[in-house]
Design a protein around this ligand. Structure first.
Ligand code: UD1
Ligand code: CA
Length: 462
């Protein structure tokens, strides 16, 4: 089997995006655009993967963070032909096939690339290109054919005359080439065109002139080759991706009350008979069990929910774990390191962080639980605050089983409350409390009779 090398073009700024972020780092389905062609390329098990970077090169490298990539810098973006030429040294002596992909064409499938590869090898071609027939070919290079339907060249949109613009067959920007042909053909390119760039598609003309075999493969589903050049195209593709994912989950037995406003990222998994309300975002490696109910307005990242969990309206969950039958919200914020046991209730305006809360415990109203371990069947009263930070360091609070924390209490960490402790309302707890103990602060509640009337008179005079 001949070796395979991949060149991924990702140096362009993407002027049409009007962005300071390199185009290939704009996100689709939560991941940088570049991730997609890179993943598809990897499915072909290439011996080498080379990415050409230029605009925002460091940021692009960081986003990929992979040891198995060879990075090539194209200092000035003089065109796709020039970008490929920058890899010449790396492929010196390489005799396999080279697959050239665009960083801004995310949806091309492995099977289309395999067809391209097969066609190229079967015909021992110098160059094989992927094409598609688009109803709206605006912006793409057009495939020019003679009356015998033989390929004669490619013309870019901006260089095309009116009759050429009517051609619907377009260049996908994806090519298989033999390296010996490629690098010599690139030497002969010029930049005499509307954009003053060295166009990679011009190698088609070079190949044909020198009598080399050039083949084309048309994709079956033209949507595969759509490129992202503008924010509008990005939004359209995002929508298509969302529809595909949502359809998959509905087919798998999940109810989406409003698929239009349900955003599920690719790695998320959902159990059967889960019901999801409008405006729900499920992201990262989130795993949702069976028969869960998500009322709506949920922003969930990297969370793991057991079966039958109920997320009431409006919650934000990040990097947390929720066991079977727990109820969260409305308006709750579970931050990283939160772990809720079975049947836990977290109510409105409750924030948790690094909080391990045991089975059946409740914090239903207006509470902050940070750096805390809570036992089972404990009740945290309204307005309870764990004071976990003294301005220098964070400390932990540990609360036992069956503890009753009265409303408006402050637990000043580090502090431990044993099992069956009873914290009276509005207590500031600064020291450890042994099991079975009542804790309260000395308070002298005083009254002054007639005070209100006196105050009122004084104010009226002034
Ligand atoms: C290109 C093709 C066009 C094809 C279309 C398919 C050229 C001249 N035209 O047009 O025939 O129909 O793709 O999507 O190739 N890049 C670099 N360095 C550069 C310029 C671009 O690395 O100097 C990279 C970009 O980051 C991008 C890719 O090459 O990932 C394509 O460049 P882009 O400017 O988007 O080309 P199109 O105008 O879409
Ligand atoms: Ca493009």
């Amino acid at each position: 089997m001949r070796e395979l090398g991949v060149i991924l073009l990702a140096a362009g700024l993407g002027k049409r995006m009007k962005s300071s972020l390199p185009k290939v780092l704009h996100r689709l389905g939560g991941k940088p655009l570049l991730f997609y062609p890179l993943r598809t390329a990897r499915e072909l098990n290439p011996q080498r993967v080379v990415i050409v970077v230029g605009s925002g090169a460091d940021a692009v490298r960081r986003a990929c963070g992979d040891e198995e990539i060879t990075w090539v810098l194209q200092e000035r973006q003089l065109g796709t032909g020039h970008a490929v030429r920058c890899t010449k040294e790396i492929f010196q002596g390489f005799s396999g096939d080279l697959l050239i992909l665009s960083g801004d064409v995310p949806s091309v499938s492995e099977s289309s690339l395999l067809r391209l590869l097969r066609q190229h090898r079967e015909h021992n071609a110098a160059l094989t290109l992927l094409t598609a027939s688009l109803e709206q070919p605006l912006g793409y290079g057009r495939i020019l054919r003679n009356h015998r339907d033989e390929l004669i060249g490619i013309v870019e949109e901006r260089d095309a005359g009116e009759p050429e613009k009517k051609i619907k067959e377009v260049n996908a920007g994806i090519y298989l080439v033999s390296p010996s042909f490629l690098f010599s053909a690139l030497e002969g390119l010029n930049n005499h065109n509307q954009q003053g760039e060295y166009y990679l598609p011009d190698i088609v003309g070079v190949a044909l002139k020198s009598g080399q075999t050039v083949r084309t493969v048309q994709v079956e589903d033209a949507r595969e080759i759509l490129g992202i050049n503008t924010r509008e195209e990005l939004a359209i593709m995002e929508k298509a991706l969302q529809e595909r994912i949502n359809r998959k989950w509905m087919e798998a037995g999940v109810t989406l009350k409003d698929p239009q406003t349900t955003y599920i990222e690719e790695e998320v998994s959902l159990g059967r008979d889960t019901v999801i309300g409008p405006n729900t975002h499920l992201m990262g490696h989130t795993v949702i069990g069976e028969r869960c109910l998500i009322d709506g307005n949920a922003y969930v990242t990297d969370a793991r929910l057991g079966d039958g969990v109920h997320l009431r309206f409006s919650v934000v969950l990040t990097d947390c774990r929720i066991e079977e039958g727990a109820i969260v919200g409305p308006f709750a914020h579970l931050r990283p390191g939160t772990s809720l046991g079975r049947g836990v209730h977290i109510g409105n305006f409750v924030e948790t962080k690094q909080a391990i809360i045991g089975e059946g415990s409740k914090a239903n109203h207006l509470t902050y639980l940070g750096d805390v371990t809570v036992g089972r069947e404990t009740n945290i009263g309204a307005g309870t605050i764990t004071c976990n930070y003294d301005g220098f360091q964070k400390y932990r609070t540990t609360i036992g089983d069956r503890v009753q924390v009265g409303s408006d209490s402050t637990l000043v960490a580090p502090v431990r409350l044993g099992d069956d402790v009873y914290v009276a309302t509005a207590t500031t707890v600064r020291h450890d409390v042994p099991a079975g103990t009542l804790v309260y602060n000395q308070r002298n509640e005083r009254v002054r009779e007639g005070w209100t009337e006196q105050k009122r008179k004084k104010m009226m005079k002034a």
